[in-house]
Design a protein around this ligand. Structure first.
Ligand code: CMX
Length: 441
């Protein structure tokens, strides 16, 4: 398999670089940690290692060193379409190079072979109460697929540490192949009562298959959106909750099904992945309240009312970014190109104009600019996927591409069990007193 060959070929050099750092330069100081960072959710502490993506606060994400516009321009495209093949993106994340069309298609072919979902998964999903949140269903389905984990089986049989990444890659291909099928089933079953298993078509790529299984009205355009959507949601370095939770659990040598279930659980929080559902709900509330796109003044007041009621404005702010998220910009370009007159696109544009001012006036948020959740739901809504609570499931399908690529490389490079150290409040107070004492003498 091409991914296996390519990663194998790169491994000796990467292992050597990691070994040199760990053995010869372990005492080089990279960062200091302040009391503010310990009390404040570990922001900006440089303590995670990944070569798959990097978020620059002033520029946004780079995937394998490439900005979002570069990635979208350089990856091979689905035939007759403008958006790249998702298989090409997965190749890029795993191998670190832009694939040829043939290489991107090799990944698509792997997914095609692995997309079948065992019957017990459907039975389990159907046995759940009707009002179960789709993120619960998705997490359960992922966890249950672990029954067939190659990694867990090989680990039990006994394997050398150097070989861990191989069954990790097998599991990751299996999982990423099955996720769009599971997501589409959850959608069709939960909102339309359809019990039939979705079918993955050999001749279609990942995005087109997803559009077909979702049965949206405009399948061609929804396939384009799906490709863009999964690519933009794939990776955002390792410190965000879903990526970090997956990495942490994976570091215990739990298989990817356990690890990604933890990531999905984190994604289901409103400050992280659930913000896309919250954001669309907020936009709809605005449209209903004002009977359409409001005036700038009305929106300004509405935004202040939201803040004054103690809520956050979803889709705005970020823990790392300090500029508008390039993924937000890519989504908005897609919307402005394909449906410029859509009410929600016009509203999202106006919110982009008004909310940063409001957040700046409030003076709390370090970043008053939009993140991608301010636009992603608008795209789904336009193509008829209007059950907001489903949006985080779509985020999950995309996010799996990044976190599984990281999981494979973490095992390939023998990354250890993650185990940071805690301190007590008293220890921090003592540290402060000591520094203050030194300053005063
Ligand atoms: N609306 C209102 N207040 C906001 C805000 C927003 N959009 N963004 C930040 N703030 C507030 C914070 O709640 C915090 O208030 P307190 O001091 O009272 O606790 C203050 O501003 C400082 O926060 P920050 O340092 O700028 O931001 P954090 O790193 O703590 O949090 C984030 C980042 C994303 C959780 C926050 O900006 C937020 O809640 N945004 C809205 C939810 C959202 O869009 N989440 C999705 C992020 C992208 C993703 O992960 O998917």
């Amino acid at each position: 398999m091409i991914l296996h060959e390519k990663i194998s070929a790169q491994l000796p050099a990467w292992r050597e670089r990691t070994k040199v750092l760990a053995k010869d330069h372990a005492d080089v100081v990279v960062d200091d940690v302040t009391v503010g960072q310990i009390v404040g959710g570990m922001r900006d502490i440089k303590s995670l290692l990944t070569d798959i993506s990097y978020v620059d606060s002033a520029e946004g994400i780079r995937l394998r060193g490439m900005s979002i516009p570069e990635v979208l321009k350089r990856l091979p495209r689905a035939r007759g379409n403008k958006m790249p093949l998702v298989g090409g993106l997965y190749y890029l994340l795993l191998v670190g190079e832009i694939p040829s069309m043939e290489e991107a298609m090799a990944v698509e072919d792997e997914w095609d072979k692995r997309a079948e979902i065992p019957d017990y998964v459907y039975k389990m999903l159907k046995s759940m109460p009707k009002d179960t949140h789709p993120m619960i269903l998705l997490t359960q389905a992922v966890m249950s697929l672990g029954v067939n984990s190659s990694f867990a089986k090989k680990y039990k049989e006994g394997m050398k540490k150097e070989a861990y990444w191989e069954p990790a890659l097998e599991d990751s291909l299996d999982l990423t192949a099955k996720l769009p099928v599971i997501a589409a089933f959850i959608y069709r079953y939960k909102y339309f009562g359809e019990k039939r298993k979705p079918r993955y078509y050999t001749k279609l790529d990942y995005g087109a298959n997803f559009a077909r299984m979702m049965k949206t009205a405009d399948k061609k355009q929804y396939a384009e959106l799906s490709r863009l959507y999964f690519i933009l949601h794939s990776d955002h370095e390792s410190g965000n909750v879903s990526a970090h939770a997956t990495h942490l659990v994976g570091s215990s040598l739990a298989d990817i099904y356990f690890a990604f279930s933890a990531g999905l659980a984190g994604l289901a929080g409103p400050l992280h992945g659930l913000a896309n559902q919250e954001c669309l709900a907020w936009y709809r509330e605005v449209l209903e309240r004002f009977n359409g796109v409001p005036t700038r003044d009305d929106l300004y007041k509405f935004a202040w009312d939201t803040l004054n009621s103690g809520k956050v404005i979803p889709g705005y702010g970020h823990a790392v970014l300090r500029v508008p998220d390039p993924r937000f910009i890519a989504f908005m370009e897609f919307g402005r190109t394909n449906f410029p007159d859509d009410e929600l696109i016009r509203l999202a544009d106006m919110v982009f104009d008004v909310v940063p001012t409001v957040l700046k006036e409030q003076g709390k948020a370090k970043n008053p600019a939009p993140n991608f959740d301010a636009a992603s739901g608008v795209m789904q809504y336009h193509y008829g996927v209007r059950n907001f609570e489903f949006y985080t499931v779509l985020f999950g399908v995309g996010r799996a591409l990044g976190v599984t690529a990281n999981y494979v490389w973490a095992r390939a490079l023998g990354q250890p069990l993650e185990r940071p150290k805690s301190v007590t409040t008293k220890m921090l107070e003592d540290a402060v007193a000591e520094v203050k004492g030194r300053v005063n003498t």
